[in-house]
Design a binder for this molecule. Sequence first.
Ligand SMILES: Nc1ncnc2c1ncn2[C@@H]1O[C@H](COP(=O)(O)OP(=O)(O)OP(=O)(O)O)[C@@H](O)[C@H]1O
Length: 591
Amino acid sequence: MNESYPKENLARKKVFRRLLSYTKPHKKQLAFAFLILFLATGADLLGPYIAKVFIDDYLTPRHFAWQSLTGLGIIFVLLYIGTALFHYLQIINFQTVALKIIQQLRVDVFNKVQHLGLSFFDKTPGGSLISRITNDTEAIKELFVTVLATLVQSSVMLIGIFIAMFALNVKVASFCLILLPLLFVLMYGYKKLSAVVFRTTREKLSQLNARLNESLQGMTIIQAMRQEKRLRKEFGKTNGEHNHASLKSIKLNSLLLRPAVQVLYVLGLVLVLGFFGVRSFDSVISIGVIYAFVNYLDRFFEPVNSMMQQLTHFQQATVSAERVFGLLDETEMAPTKIGNSASSIQEGKIEFKNVTFSYDGKTDVLKNISFVANPGETVALVGHTGSGKSSIINLLMRFYPIEKGDITIDGTSLKAFSDEELRKNIGLVLQDPFIFAGDVKSNIRLNNRNISDEQIVEAAKFVQADSFIEKLPKTYDEPIGERGSTFSSGQRQLLSFARTMAIDPRILVLDEATANVDTETEEAIQTALAKMREGRTTIAIAHRLSTIQDADQILVLHKGEIVERGTHQELLAFKGLYHKMYLLQQGEVAS
Ligand SMILES: Nc1ncnc2c1ncn2[C@@H]1O[C@H](COP(=O)(O)OP(=O)(O)OP(=O)(O)O)[C@@H](O)[C@H]1O
């Protein structure tokens, strides 16, 4: 599994700065949220001061001036109502901004993923990508919803508390300053340790998703091949590892969050009470000041505690952001147009010129491939499994970049065509067509607004898919479930033919279906294919040689090289590999 690239050390600060850049479009709303936050904190901090005034000016001297006391009481209640209201408004504002940011981030990641090259997907399990788009962005959301607000609020609160403490008693407040370096050491240590633990937890979660995804995708084969036990074991193992990593982070949190902060709190309390105790021998100490001090000290550790708690989320968010940005910065993009010529495909003449290709940069899976497919001709690719047939198609479809040699269409390099020009002129029909959830019509149209309803029916008729579509209860509006699982493989195949014909491409690329379909459907498929090929340049992978006997040229591939080429008759007469394969398929033993 490729989990290595997010580790590429994107400096933490850079990650954080980049995360913050997402707040730019929401500057105004954030400023408003922060303003409310300050108001809420200010209102909150005034509480103990009013209590002190009440104790020292009214309670201790037993001076019950009802009017002033009522006024004080009203201010006290109003302050608390105000605090509650401000907190509410502040949460709503921060949450809204956070949700908007995450929405944007998810769209950005999804967009990016759609433009990544197939080579990237060869290496990256789908589940791990899902994990990045959902779980990791969710963790980042926490940063905007709570972390930033809490950190700012807590810092303001801490500063406010110190100001209040200094206003009450400079000496005691100076004593309490000793606590600050201790706190910083604690926070720093926690941050360092937790970063490692969180990264492991995230990676394990991502692997868990990858396993889950694989198991769900391959359910048919898992059940058919009785793989349940093995997969359960593997899933259990990854789940166990994730559990182990989570437990580590719980242990770390339980040790360094509340308990360690609690120890510091007690230390502070001892300092303050000790100081007042000693002072009480030679001067009078006001109870109101002690009350306010203890109260402020208590409150001092509230923000410290929340800051420590938020450090957890902060760490999780930065680790997740590293992973998400790692994906956003991925450079393995799908090959696209180079240069700015407005080349278009007219005739559909295809030429491979000395194409050598390797997926991994080490082993060449295609060696010096050269051939020409003239407009309207059919070139068939045959060869044993792994001989390179699909790789030729992958290159012609520009799914992978070509580094050695070139492919031209109508004399222009493949690299010079825009994606749109290429996709609209090359119709790809795969062995196992992908059917989207939706309905019959939407699966043929594929969101191409230029294709009218009439053209859809025409395309379906052309490939003889209309006979089964017409029998569906809602015909062309018949709903289709995910991956078209309610349709037979033959029907899915015909549907994909109709989809290809609807764009009326100049070039057809066929990966011949080997699925077992009944003879009637097989006949329909072959007739449809023959009609589709008429007048179109066709590159077809053929597994059954009987289906391509009429091809203008047959290329026989062996270990990535073209070892024989010619028509069916020529190749039979040559009595080489093709002849051998043909006899084998005829059920005869080649001598
Ligand atoms: N995505 C990939 N990444 C790395 N290697 C690949 C990839 N796809 C194919 N290969 C390798 O390239 C070689 C040619 O594979 P290719 O799929 O082109 O053969 P094929 O003739 O189409 O086989 P089949 O008839 O079984 O589909 C094989 O050795 C295969 O292992």
